[in-house]
Design a protein around this ligand. Sequence first.
Ligand SMILES: C[S@@+](CC[C@H](N)C(=O)[O-])C[C@H]1O[C@@H](n2cnc3c(N)ncnc32)[C@H](O)[C@@H]1O
Length: 287
Amino acid sequence: MIVTEDILHIHSYYSPNDLYDKIINGLNKLGKDVSKVTLDDLQPVDEFHIRGDAATKELIELAEFAPHMHILDVGCGIGGSTRRLSYETGCRVTGIDLSNEYIDTAERLTQLLNMQEQVTFHACSALELPFADNAFDGVWSIQMNMNIADKPTWLKEIHRVLKPGGRAVLYEVCGSTNTPLYFPVPWAQDGSMSFLVPPASFRDAMTSAGFDIEVWNDKTDLARKAFANAKEPEGEPDLPVLGVYLLVGNDIQTKAYNLRRNLEEERVSLIETVAVKPDSGTAGVRG
Ligand SMILES: C[S@@+](CC[C@H](N)C(=O)[O-])C[C@H]1O[C@@H](n2cnc3c(N)ncnc32)[C@H](O)[C@@H]1O
């Protein structure tokens, strides 16, 4: 993997210590029998995106992936939606993520759930996927473009590893009418690790990479509703036993509050899209 300053900077943001042990400790504190842990038990911590498992289930319906397929989850985090996708569809799913700590945790949680035959993981960058051309029947990527400055390279990589006729399902935070953003936000401590573009530019980047857009839904209103009660924290944070703060730090309530402000003031938007790699492989490429 080519390790640039940008990649190291993003990597350090997503590198908590002892993450797996902290999650197991949380499950114990909640009185869960760890040998019988379920996907639902892990939801509060392993679905690190706006509207969590509810959004994942909507995307699974939209994707229409069939059980025989092999899907690539790009920027899978600790694998919550990777496992949910496999569980609901019967697909084999490979997850990749930049963070070694997340991938280690994803592998161990997957073993705990006895899903390791169907769900596997690799630590690598989405800008340099270690897979052959046309290797996957489908691609799935949830809220990672925010950390990618070089969107053309990322989208070309996804397009390259997808079989002709295959579908890519993306659920992504974009910019909006106004700038700048309030920081920190859940994906970035400051502007040096956040690279949002407006939805129209994102769509153009996808078609330039060779995709035909089949579905394009604006989910910003649902995101606004989901964060409508996020308040500016006062004093010591009052954190739940299990939560995504274990992944990105105890200032998660400030991050959620800033996301609320960014959504309400039209600084951030949320889209879901299904895009197809045309059968000819290059039919959609422009320039
Ligand atoms: C907001 S989290 C979303 C994680 C996961 N998709 C989920 O919904 O739970 C963003 C993820 O993108 C990953 N990421 C950021 N830049 C990346 C890159 N260049 N290559 C691979 N993963 C990256 C981060 O490590 C992090 O796990």
